[in-house]
Design a protein around this ligand. Structure first.
Ligand code: DC
Length: 227
């Protein structure tokens, strides 16, 4: 059976990665969370005191090594920044508050898109992000654009952060979601946009099981047609 490329884009906290992971697992495909790459660059910028200095950060780009390492126990890959496991650090609200700003920088996008295309060159990949169906893989056989109301997304994110022990208020999380929506969809380079041929998928009132079943059947249909 020939493999396809699946691009999943959408607003922050729409649950893209949860569904993308399940889909990749069920198809035996590789899963790539591109948001983790932008988050890792953001963490690097914060640690090196260059989070407000794009020029300096661009100079330091060659020193940033990003790797996904497969975690057998979890069944998916995790992000390593210069050899260090950073999955926890990149998911804090501090990183979330800054990541949209960092991902506006064109040179950073160029570097990360190069790495992403390389990871997908043999197909058999489910990649999630903001520009996967529009820029990274415009020829992907299946493109999904996920959305949900800002309230539903903030409520999910708030619960996740509380579960991780972060001290945040719902209002702070909602503000972060709305600000990221604005920056992600208004930036100059590769703004968040639904590709013309993407399937729009609103999961405001949809449970995980139903989401997975729908996505899985989209994928099987396309795989069958492609072979
Ligand atoms: O998917 P996420 O929330 O982890 O992504 C974090 C940020 O990274 C998001 O606010 C915008 C940026 N991003 C991007 O610009 N392009 C991508 N392909 C993925 C993420």
């Amino acid at each position: 059976m020939g493999k396809i490329t699946i691009a999943i884009d959408g607003y922050s906290s729409t649950g893209k990665s949860t569904i993308a992971k399940q889909l990749a697992k069920s198809l035996g495909y590789i899963y790539v969370d591109t948001g983790a790459m932008y988050r890792a660059v953001t963490l690097f910028a914060m640690r090196n005191g260059v989070d407000t200095n794009a020029e300096k950060l661009i100079q330091l780009l060659p020193e940033i090594d990003l790797k996904f390492v497969f975690n057998e126990a979890l069944g998916y890959s995790e992000m390593y920044l210069n050899g260090e496991h950073v999955e926890t650090e990149i998911r804090t609200l501090a990183v979330s508050n800054l990541v949209s700003k960092i991902s506006e920088i064109e040179q950073i996008r160029i570097k990360l898109v190069d790495i992403q295309r390389d990871m997908g060159k043999s197909k058999g990949i489910v990649m999630d992000g903001r520009d996967i169906g529009t820029v990274v893989f415009p020829d992907a056989e299946l493109k999904i654009f996920m959305n949900a109301s800002a309230d539903a997304r903030a409520a999910r994110r708030y619960k996740e952060l509380l579960d991780k022990g972060e001290k945040v208020t719902y209002q702070e999380v909602l503000k972060n979601v709305q600000e990221r929506d604005y920056i992600d969809s208004h930036r100059e380079f590769s703004p968040l946009m639904k590709a013309a041929d993407a399937i729009e998928f609103d999961n405001t009132d949809m449970g995980l099981k139903e989401q997975f079943e729908r996505m899985h059947s989209f994928a099987l249909r396309v795989i069958e047609k492609t072979n």
